[in-house]
Design a protein around this ligand. Structure first.
Ligand code: ADP
Ligand code: MN
Ligand code: MN
Ligand code: MN
Ligand code: MN
Length: 377
């Protein structure tokens, strides 16, 4: 076969070899890894500490050995990390929630941490600390949250996964089947199972509007929990994508064509909203939300609204960045009452404004403050 080749084919073959070497380093050596993971070890436990970076948008992680499996979060000691500022200072990692490690398996753990400075004060990107306080204040409302995390799959070149062959379907359509319609189902399936193993309250997944876009849902959870679970589900997504050699982007508009947008719809309810006649409480909450549209958009992405200014103005199916809107069963609005909620007269509301890269803690806090604590206009 090689003898029949034209000289110029050599370059092509070389390119193919390079590509396959590259894909092996992403993919096939994972089989070799199984050998090392099967090596006997003692009672030690590998604990991966995971925390939110200085920008409040990305996750960081590092692993240490504990002598024994921690029975609970209190058994996981604080740790420290260097923080990228002028002096590269040290910060404290305070473990707040523990999950099973779906990558190296039991008894190993993934541990979400809050970041505190040397004086034990929350750092600027630590939105959880304040959110916990607000959740404590509204405890009697028994608030539930559920989040729909959309993401897009990209190649290392920043182009949509499968580019250019994925460009077959040019119109929005979610929940499709067939590789002429969507790509990357392996990632969604693997991520879902890894989340279940870890102990994340993941409640669903679906192919989203574009062939390279997916969604998973977390919740409902009471109080602070959904924020912790969404952040850890994001971490697991990035790890799963490492194994498949693909990048998961949570950017609101990751590719040049700005009509491709990702959000993180946030569903919210109180005990009153969920009980018979709850619709009136949902409507009252929406009235309050309508008066604080701009305040919410400022914290619904990590750039003070700049991401949503692009996302919401380029979206054919959602609301406007400029003004608040609401409706029952319609999706072209800021806040929606799901059809089944209006029919049964109780349930929850859906805030469609948070961007895919939002900090769940900031969104949860804003919802609680506006709807339940009477935050001023
Ligand atoms: P959509 O029709 O908007 O695509 P999904 O099925 O994707 O809705 O997501 C529904 C979300 O609502 C899930 O995250 C789920 O956890 C959440 N949810 C369901 N019931 C409640 C509730 N009572 N309070 C808050 N969130 C809820
Ligand atoms: Mn070092
Ligand atoms: Mn959804
Ligand atoms: Mn969606
Ligand atoms: Mn939704």
């Amino acid at each position: 076969y090689i003898r029949k080749m034209a000289p110029s084919d050599g370059i092509l073959i070389w390119k193919k070899i390079m590509m396959s070497t590259l894909s092996k380093s992403f993919g096939l050596h994972k089989i070799v890894k199984q050998h090392y993971l099967s090596l006997a070890k003692g009672a030690e436990c590998q604990v991966t500490y995971i925390w939110i970076d200085k920008a409040g948008e990305n996750l960081l992680g590092k692993t240490r050995t504990l002598e024994m499996e921690p029975a609970g979060i209190r058994d996981v000691p604080e740790w420290s990390a260097s923080w990228p500022d002028e002096k590269i200072t040290e910060v404290v990692l305070v473990p707040v929630r523990m999950f099973r490690d779906p990558f190296t398996l039991d008894p190993n753990k993934l541990v979400l941490c809050e970041v505190l400075d040397g004086n034990y004060a929350p750092t600027g990107s630590n939105q959880r600390s304040q959110c916990v306080k607000v959740m404590e204040k509204v405890k009697d409302f028994q608030t539930w949250f559920g989040m729909e995390q959309e993401y897009m799959l990209l190649g290392l070149d920043g182009k949509p996964f499968g580019w250019p062959s994925q460009g077959l379907r040019l119109t929005r359509a979610s929940c499709t089947v067939g590789i002429n319609n969507m790509l990357g189902r392996d990632i969604s399936i693997s991520h879902y199972r890894a989340c279940l193993y870890a102990g994340i309250n993941i409640c669903g997944s679906n192919p989203e509007a574009w062939p390279f876009q997916w969604e998973f849902q977390v919740g409902p959870c009471e109080g602070i929990e959904v924020g912790d679970h969404v952040w850890m589900a994001r971490y697991i997504l990035h790890r799963v994508c490492e194994d498949f050699g693909v990048v998961a982007s949570l950017d609101a508009t990751p590719i040049e064509e700005k009509k491709h947008t990702s959000g993180c719809h946030t569903n919210f309810s109180t005990k009153e909203m969920r009980s018979k006649g709850g619709l009136q409480y949902i409507e009252e909450a929406i009235r309050r939300l309508s008066k604080r549209h701009s305040q919410h958009l400022r914290v619904y992405d990590p750039h003070g609204g700049a991401d949503n200014m692009i996302r919401l103005t380029n979206q054919s199916t959602t609301s406007s960045f400029q003004s608040f809107s609401t409706a029952t069963a319609s999706r072209k609005v800021s806040v929606r009452i799901p059809d089944h909620v209006s029919r049964s007269g109780c349930g929850y509301l859906e805030d469609r404004r948070p961007a895919a890269n939002c900090d769940p803690y900031s969104v949860m806090r804003a919802l609680a403050e506006t709807c339940l604590l009477g935050a001023a206009e």
